[in-house]
Ligand binder design. Structure first.
Ligand SMILES: [Fe+2]
Length: 170
């Protein structure tokens, strides 16, 4: 696993500083998620935040790379790499979340608690989204024919809790 970076280098540093300033406001989860989404837009990372090998993804499943864990555990920044056709299970989250697409296209479906499809969108490079439970049941799917990469920020230390998913709805 990549080690915790207390002082992240390069393009990650301004993003982490921006997220930290949002989190330190201790706003409610929904407002925090939306403000962090703004930081992701303002400090949009480029795919070279990952190594060429990491950017290839895996034939088995989408892959995650932890870019930063805040030392106090208040947030984590993770890059996810999706080959064509790879997708999550339908899930919700234990905390607020914001994400930005930095390569390719990600198709997102939002569901009600009864698992009715409420809406769907195609997120392109530069598109950001922020949300918080409840009402955060979704599935992300790379429906395009190129590899997609997105940056996800979660309001917890994902390396300690293991996953940002609260529950799966299969
Ligand atoms: Fe999710």
């Amino acid at each position: 696993m990549p080690a915790t970076q207390i002082r992240p280098a390069g393009q990650l540093a301004p993003l982490v500083a921006g997220i930290r300033s949002v989190v330190e406001r201790h706003a409610d989860w929904t407002e925090t998620a939306l403000l962090v989404a703004d930081e992701l837009r303002r400090n949009l990372l480029t795919p070279d935040v990952l190594t060429p090998e990491q950017r290839l993804g895996s034939p088995d499943d989408y892959t995650g790379h932890t870019l930063h864990v805040e030392p106090d555990g208040s947030f984590s920044v993770v890059a996810l790499v999706w080959r064509p056709g790879q997708l999550t299970r339908i899930h919700d989250h234990i905390t607020w979340c914001a994400f930005a697409v930095i390569q390719g296209v990600e198709h997102e479906e939002l569901y009600s608690a009864e698992l009715e499809l409420l809406g769907e969108s195609d997120n392109h490079v530069g598109d950001v989204s922020g949300f918080a439970p409840p009402g955060d049941i979704h599935r992300v799917h790379n429906t395009a024919d190129t590899t997609a990469i997105s940056i996800h920020v979660y309001g917890t230390d994902v390396t300690r809790v293991g996953s940002s998913a609260r529950r799966y709805y299969d």
